[in-house]
Design a protein. Sequence first.
Length: 141
Amino acid sequence: MKRLIVGLLAMMAFSSAACADVIIIANRGVPENTLSRKEIKEIFLGKRVQWSDHSRIHAATVRDAGIHKMFLKQYLNKSRAKWKSYWKRMAFTGRGIPPRSFRTEAEIIAYIAKTKGAVGYILSERVRDESEAAVKIIRIR
């Protein structure tokens, strides 16, 4: 019986993480409130480097393999291998450097809150009152 309960709890924890969506967050000073999936893709692939007010975009990613994999699938339609390969090629040819990467969601929230033009992502379930005050959530159109 104990094994059954432990197994059910583990399945519930896994399924709740699997159901969470990745949301896009930005510094409060970013002029955009909404972005299309195409614009998000352009930003994180280094093809769009300025916001509408001509300020510089500072893209940031999370190193957590699960969250990053969900982001890549949900917004960029790329695997982790294709993502790494793309940025290696961009760096080698001098056409760009990959987005800054952070170990945890708390670190990326802190970076985005203090960096003008910063944009990144976190799990939707991680949004709390304090993170909403520090950063703004970008709606997808």
